[in-house]
Design a protein around this ligand. Structure first.
Ligand code: EZ4
Ligand code: CO
Length: 409
């Protein structure tokens, strides 16, 4: 069973997605997600110009060897563009293998280790009242865990707080990123943020009780000592995790956070290879792995990473924003169902438009996700529907301090 063709589809139903479709000489198709938010066309070009011709004629069953060929065989390796491209090839080959075997991917990974995956949704609010309403709305939709993001007095617009876009009259959505050029701008003030956030969790715990798992995402914006202060101040509110509290490039910074707090830490949604995680895992500096199949080179390396993490009692918390396509999301649902050290799965819910282009066997019931029983990944791309949503330039916002200094994402 050889690969006969490799085609790339860029479509924008609510936001841009890059999808690789491999077709074998006996007519089986496999899909892979290569979406890289704000840099989509770079990955599409990498696949079209540099990878597609290497794949045609190759044995579609040789997933490990193909992965090593594309990763190890290139002199310039790693980085988000390369690893998203390799991820798409890897996922598409797993999809094909599952369809050839007549089995959903999780069966090929060892079978189910649980009945479903605990999901968390994104609650947010510009005021205590609207935050409370957003948490209630999530619980009503079935969520048993929520991420809590909040507006901060003194910060005009803050990423992850959906309602602020109306308040500020800005021309962009928070999720997805803003469409058009240039990227929208937000502001940031670490001191204001540190003063405000603990009081928000105090109120949320008072209202919702001790049991609801609460998560919070800092999006890499604090220094290690600021993050340590936040993790320490949040300790009474018993977070499920504190996410991306410091810039991801500086793993030893988390030692300082660890010295001051037992708040569980999650990091790694922007990481691309196991090497980015090596020190964090071996030094026990994190509790949850935030990698996504899409930005980490696919199912093959994600499985190896999570098995490595298991040696250190670290669990999965794979990145599941709407900028991972339904194809990439399905891939990590299959991994999450099969592994032993599953922790939680982020779930942001794709739009109606996205779901009309990507038809999925995945289900969400009573707060639990399941990839379904369709052979392979369980996602089909409706190419006719996709063609109605051409690529649109779109960017995440950038952050500046009050004096104009660029700040970390
Ligand atoms: O901001 O994927 O935890 N989730 C997140 C996401 C990221 C987006 C950026 O593309 O941080 O919402
Ligand atoms: Co995040």
């Amino acid at each position: 069973m050889n690969i006969a063709s490799a085609e790339v589809c860029v479509t924008s139903p609510s936001r841009n997605f890059v999808t690789l479709k491999l077709t074998t000489d006996d007519g089986i198709t496999g899909l892979g997600d290569a979406t890289l938010n704000g840099r989509e066309q770079a990955v599409a070009a990498y696949l079209r110009e540099h990878v597609a011709s290497l794949l045609v004629g190759q044995d579609a069953h040789r997933i490990e060897d193909t992965w090593q060929y594309l990763y190890r065989g290139a002199y310039w390796r790693g980085g988000p563009v390369t690893m998203a491209a390799i991820a798409a090839v890897d996922m598409a080959l797993w999809d094909i293998k599952g369809k050839a075997a007549g089995l959903p991917l999780y069966q090929l990974l060892g079978g189910a280790s649980r009945s479903g995956l605990l999901a968390y949704g994104h609650a947010s609010g510009g005021s205590p009242q609207s935050l409370s309403e957003s948490i209630h709305a999530h619980i009503e939709r079935g969520y048993r865990a929520v991420r809590v993001q909040t507006a901060v007095p003194g910060i005009r617009a803050l990423y992850g707080v959906a309602e602020q876009r109306q308040a500020t009259g800005e021309r962009y959505d928070y999720e997805p990123a803003g469409r058009g050029v240039p990227p929208p701008e937000e502001d940031w003030d670490s001191a204001a943020y540190l003063r405000h956030v603990p009081s928000v969790f105090e109120r949320v715990r008072e209202e919702f009780g001790a049991e609801l798992p609460l998560l919070h995402d800092v999006h890499h914006r604090l220094t290690p000592i600021e993050a340590a202060k936040l993790a320490q101040r949040l300790e009474p509110y018993d977070l499920f995790w504190l996410e991306d509290c410091t810039p991801a490039e500086n793993p030893q910074g988390l030692r300082i956070v660890r010295q001051h707090s037992t708040t569980p830490l999650a990091i790694g949604e922007v990481f691309n290879t196991v090497w980015d995680f090596q020190q964090l895992i071996t030094e026990q500096l994190i509790d949850y792995i935030r990698a996504s199949a899409t930005h980490f080179g696919g199912v093959t390396p994600l499985r190896k990473l999570i098995d490595f993490a298991a040696l250190h009692q670290i669990r999965s918390g794979f990145h599941g924003p709407t900028d991972v396509s339904p194809v990439g999301f399905a891939a990590q649902l299959h991994v999450g169902l099969a592994i032993h050290n599953f922790g939680i799965q982020e779930y942001m819910e794709h739009s109606e438009a996205t779901n009309s282009v990507f038809r999925q066997s995945m289900t969400f019931r009573d707060g639990m996700l399941h990839p379904g029983e369709t052979p392979g990944l369980g996602v089909e791309l409706d190419e006719k529907a996709a063609a109605a949503f051409p690529y649109q330039p779109a960017y995440l916002p950038v952050s500046r301090l009050k004096d104009g200094t660029m700040h970390d994402w």
